[in-house]
Structures are given as C-alpha cells and as structure tokens.
Write a protein that binds this ligand. Sequence first.
Ligand code: SF4
Length: 459
Amino acid sequence: MSVREEQQKYIHLMQQYTEGKRLKYHIVTYGCQMNVHDSEKLAGMLQEMGYEEAQELEDADLILFNTCCVRQHAEERVYGNVGALRSYKQSNPNLIIGVCGCMMQQQEAADDIIKKFPFLDLVFGTHNLHHFPKLLYEAINSGHMVVEILDEEGKVVEGLPARRASNVSAYVTIMYGCNNFCTYCIVPYVRGRERSRLPEDILDEIRGLAANGCKEVTLLGQNVNSYGKDLNKGYLFTALLRDVNKIENIERIRFVTSHPKDLSDELIEAMAECEKVCEHIHLPLQAGSNEVLRKMNRRYTREDYLRLVDRLRARIPDIAISTDIIVGFPGETEEDFRDTLDMVERVQYDSAFTFIYSPRKGTPAARMPDELDIEVKKERLNRLIALQNDISKARNQLYMDKVVEVLVEGVSKNNPKMLSGRTRTNKLVHFEGGSELTGEFVKVKITLPKAFTLEGHMI
Ligand code: SF4
C-alpha cells in the first residue's frame, strides 16, 4: 500500500469516527515557515478527517503542538504550554492532545516530554507527518499514548492535503533538510539531509494553487539555493524559478532561505530577469567577523557577503535585504561584535531578526569553550537592535510619497479600520479600505513611513 493509500484508509476510518460529532481541532505552531506549512498540512488532513477548526484552544476536542527545536526559548514555551493543559485533560478525558514537530525528532526531548506529560495521547516527529491520520486513529482507539519517531530521513511524500491560511498567498515546500551543518544549528540532525521535491510535482502544485486563486507563492526550504542538486538532473533552483515565473495567474514569487555561499550569479540573474520574482531577499549573515563565521562553519567571509550584496544591488537596484544575526557566539570578542555592527552599517538591511546565541544540545557549538555571560550577550543585542532600528527607519523613509503595489492580506490585526498588505519588497503597509479588497493588488501612496511598517492611502 502506498503512503497516500494508507493515509486515505485512515482518513476514511476517521471520517466514520467524526461523523455527526462536529469535532474541532486547534494547532499551536512554533518556529519557522517550514513548521507553519507543516501545520497547514496537518490542518488539511484534519479537515479531510471531518474536523473543523477551533479558533480558541478552549473549544477544541483535539489540540496539537507543532514544536520547533531551533531556539531554546521555543522549547521552553512548549513545556510551559503543554503542562498548562493537564487540568483541561482532567476535566475533559475525551480531549486528545498531541505534540509533534522537530523537537520530537530529538529522541532525548521526546523522551522527556513523554515522561513529564504522561497525559499526552500522541507524540510524533517531523518525518512521521504523513502517518498522522493513522497515529490519531490509533491514539483514539487504543486509549493510550501513541508514539512514533522515525530516525531515518523523511521520505518526500506527495499529495498531502493542506489547509492554507490564505487562498491568495501560499507556502510551497520545494525541499526538505539541510546539508550545511552550521555548528550552532540542529536542523540537519532533526530534519535530515537535503531532499528536493521533483520539479513536476512542485509545478503541478503551484498550477493547482493558481487555478484556485493564488497570486503569490513562497518557495520554502532550509537552503533553497541548493535545490535540485540531490536530484542529479541538472535542473537547479534557477530553472525552477524560471518555470514558476511562467505559470499563469501567479503574480509574485518569493523564496526563503538563501545561504550566501550558494547564491550564484546565475540566480541573481534569474531574479532580475523573472518579472514575478519580488525585489526582496532574506540573506542570513549570522555574524560579521570572519573568525566567528569560521567557527560557525558558514563557509563565506564578510568580504564574500559584501560582494554578493553589491552584485544584488547592481542588478536589482530596489532590492530589500533582510537577515538573521546571532549575537554572543562562543568566544565572540568585542571586536568580533563590532565587525557585526560594521556589516549592518555597510549593508543597510531593511530588517533583521536578531538572536542571542543559546547552545543547542547535540551541536558542535554547544561543546565550544568560552560561552559568554548572558549580560554581555544582552548588552550586545541591545546595541545591535538600536542600530538596526535606526537603519530600518531610514530605509522606510525612502518610501515617503512613493506609490507602491500592495497585495492586500486583510484587515489589520491591530486596527480593524485599516487593511494591511505587503509590497513586492516585503514591507508591511497599513491603509484604509474595505475588506472586500482582500486578495487584490492595490496602489498605495505612502504618507507615514515608520520603523517597522508603512502607512498610506489608496490611490
Ligand atoms: S544552513 Fe545552517 S543554519 Fe540554515 S538550516 Fe542549514 S545548518 Fe541550519
């Protein structure tokens, strides 16, 4: 039986179980876009099984925590939030609670969760996502905790249903895993080595999305720039971008994440030539000091990185650049940190995700000497954030009085009278308008650039 056939069998059994019960699910997602999209797949399977979405956790008959192991903070929140459900389970023994995601792909973390929270019904890893209907069926029918953690790399399983958060803008996974082994990162150990989806499967999925009204796709992978290398067909990321660019009704293409060492001239050329590829790139710097970059095993220097930025800006003048930066890597000196500040000044990022380094068990960096004092890390982080905020504000000032194309995402979360949407350069724009414009492209004149958002009015 194929994976999809097995899945269909259990979806069918679950449909019989949910029939007439109006059962609801709630998924709590931690971490990156890959996890957000995994949650969309879980939601897609749940909808097929007959569950409806519960907006509030309190209203759910099934609660899933899709965990992330990349940041310590996310792990700590999982413990707190799962623990808080103990009383729910006591007052409603029929409630099903599951924990999944990449934190569960680490045997030690999974064992710990199982031991601490014996009231859980279901524990499974990222590689077991496609078995979810079967695992849920077993959890409901066995009455005891069902655990499945495969330590082999996940297969690329096609045809999983997904319930996407938006009809207009969709995430499309193009590859799984990562081969890079940056010394601080747990991803290659828990998500496995790079496995690319076949181009025809990706293109079919995007054609299907376009036929259902999707206008924007974000191609997802830990390192999209090395897409296709494992397929040995000579069909690489640039070829994929060019083919997605040809799909009718898709009007914007984005992609994350790009590793600087794999950002080739051909890719920059394809970005410039494909009119649907947005003028934005997320290019993680991580550190500005060559010594720290070497210890991180990033395999580029600050000079290489600056050359890339020059090439990008020469070919795509209006490109917005965002980044990730880690502060306080083991042994980072004040001088190393100043190199990071210097890079931030030179590159003039539109935005940056900044993090304090925290060791992840099982990674080489966790065994490195010279761990920095938390107060030193915090002080450096604050200096970095202050600098980046000034730069973000200045970059946004450049939009004053400009007219930008915005894809409307919907009513603003903070102000129900405003709509929000994004420019091609990935700037969040707020403006007045009716919710019927959701999913449309509109022209907005910017009248109030702020540090993190732009405000304006439709013209
Ligand atoms: S490129 Fe480095 S940081 Fe990114 S997922 Fe791979 S190992 Fe982790």
